[in-house]
Design a protein around this ligand. Structure first.
Ligand code: FAD
Length: 304
């Protein structure tokens, strides 16, 4: 019996949502690369997710993915259970001074809802192509705003299956990172917002879109910024200075338009992309002594 089969038969409790064994993940990621999920679970709602996690043996690894816009899933795939939240986690509730959004909502949809309701402060979300769950975990930010600056609280389901609410301070936000209990799943978040002039909010969102389209390959198979910006430095400037623009490995390429973006220009594997990123890191280190840190999360097993 395969490991995946064993998990399905022994450890995964029946859920209202869907369970799929050996589920391909590449088509669910922005890069369009990567192997399979041993088990892909799509719980129907929060109660279903709680029951799933409570019923899983504690040694089964659990990985949650959102829109996978900040991920390289390696070619050997992901062991254990991969959770992907769907329609049952997509409600948005407007309040007079904030927005409550469920984890599978796209950042862009939340920014649009806020704009229609005349709430300002969340315009930065309009250019980030992920989900609210991923935005909280990554402390997503752009053009002067970030999640750390507007999050009120977050609700998570712990690996044990217990639903808890944490205030923003408990997440110890840092640049593109938050501290969450291992194996926990973000299900809902509340963001502060302030009443604002709808036409000014819309104009700000349009400005963000225009600036982004001018400088980034937004419609490409990419994972956004590959490396974090070192303190007081721009990763793209360090990379461009080493002449890495256009550098290729297999089907992976450093974007000509934005040197901190990598692209799958056809048939890249996760190994191509990760290898290209490591080559860029080495070149930047050799040229400047700066050790770039990955912003893109690389998860799963390598193929030996
Ligand atoms: C074209 C492009 C432009 C981008 N521009 C920006 C930008 O301006 N600013 C910026 O900050 N980022 C940017 N990104 C990166 C990316 O969109 C963000 O990091 C985004 O917040 C990731 O959200 P996601 O839903 O895709 O998360 P994923 O990529 O799926 O996952 C990211 C991390 O969050 C975890 N995770 C996801 N959902 C949950 C959940 N519900 N519970 C627990 N853990 C979870 C994953 O395990 C993983 O560790 C860009 C990406 C692209 C492709």
């Amino acid at each position: 019996m395969e490991y995946g089969e064993q998990i399905l038969k022994i450890y995964v409790p029946p859920i209202e949502g869907q369970l799929q064994r050996n589920a391909p993940l590449a088509d669910k990621t922005w890069f369009h690369v990567g192997g399979q999920a041993e088990i892909l679970a799509r719980p129907a709602n929060t109660e279903d997710l709680c029951a799933l996690l409570a019923g899983l043996a504690s040694d089964v690894s659990v990985t949650t993915i959102g829109a996978a816009s900040n991920l390289i899933v390696r070619d050997g795939g992901l062991p254990g259970v991969v959770i992907r939240l769907g329609r049952g986690f997509s409600a948005v509730t407007m309040e007079t001074d904030g927005v409550i959004a469920e984890a599978a909502c796209s950042d862009i949809a939340v920014a649009k809802h806020a704009s229609v309701a005349g709430l300002a402060g969340l315009e930065f979300l309009s250019g980030i192509p992920g989900t609210i769950g991923g935005a909280v975990v990554m402390n997503a930010g752009a053009y002067g705003g970030d999640v750390a600056g507007c999050l009120d609280w977050v609700e998570i389901v712990l690996r044990s299956g217990e639903l808890v609410r944490l205030s923003a301070e408990r997440l110890c936000f840092n640049y593109r990172s938050a501290s969450l209990p291992l194996g926990s799943v973000v299900v809902r978040a509340r963001f502060w917002a302030v009443p604002g002039n709808p036409s000014m909010i819309t104009a700000r969102m349009a400005e963000i879109r225009t600036r982004r389209e001018a400088t980034q390959p937004v419609r490409a198979r990419t994972g956004g910024s590959t490396f974090c910006n070192p303190l007081n430095m721009k990763a793209w400037e360090l990379i461009a200075a080493t002449g890495c623009r256009g550098l290729q490995r297999g089907g992976a390429q450093v974007s000509e338009k934005h040197a901190n973006f990598m692209l799958n220009i056809g048939s890249a594997s996760a190994t191509d992309l990760e290898g290209l990123g490591e080559e860029v890191r080495q070149r930047v280190f050799a040229a400047s002594g700066v050790d770039l840190q990955w912003e893109i999360k690389r998860i799963g097993r390598r193929i030996e």
